[in-house]
Design a protein around this ligand. Sequence first.
Ligand code: SAM
Length: 254
Amino acid sequence: MLPRAKKQFGQHFLTDRHYIDRIVTAIAPKTEDVMIEIGPGPGALTAPLLEKLSHLHAVEIDRDLGAALRTRFSPEKFSLHEQDVLAFDFAVLASRFRCVGNLPYNISTPFLFHLGEFADELIDATFMLQKEVVDRMVAGPGTPDYGRLSVMLQYRFSMARLFVVPPGAFTPPPKVDSAIVHMTPLPANRPTADDNVRFAAMVTAGFGQRRKTLGNTLKPFISATQISACDIDPARRAETLSVTEFIRLSNVKV
Ligand code: SAM
């Protein structure tokens, strides 16, 4: 029997076998993978993953669910980290790792930023998130969904939306559609900002007032003349700028 879902932990449990199978197929676990599942809950993904893996790590904040998982899966095969994933140090895995999970939607954006700090060690990630968030993650410039989340994640990851999962696949059903996203860190020779903090601050400022021109929103960082010198019209808005154009602007020496 399913445990009672706790709202504060964003619990919606996957119960549709068809989608569980599709997600596990998309993850394609291989025996020796070092894999960590975020929010295993009652174990809808955990059990089929453990059929393929020799070992699985998991991070779960809910102690009641944690106790049930410990009873169900042996410690030789399953290492449970009972804590808030936003404070989880992925370095304890001491290896390059794969990350998967049906994420609690209330912490998805801070979690993605937290995981980004460990991107050098990440092999890939497959997550279920609110479809609206996945659409923003993968959106390209000039589209309505393109924003700070798109730029900050596409700076570090290549991403693909795999498929949509309807509310009826969960108990209790969420109010919105969900989607599966696959993320792979970009290689070391990707375009990079000289200063990641400045880059992030400029992206935030650019999208802070979406309707304003770059000349206006980026004034605290760079002049209109310097923007033009990058071959970028200062009359453009942030939502039209590619990730590499943002990098070019942030790398201007001031
Ligand atoms: N994987 C299960 C499934 O698909 O049925 C549960 C998914 S449910 C959407 C999200 C899970 O993440 C819950 O088990 C919840 O307790 C857990 N969770 C919520 N916030 C968390 C946090 N900050 N850190 C770790 N786990 C968290």
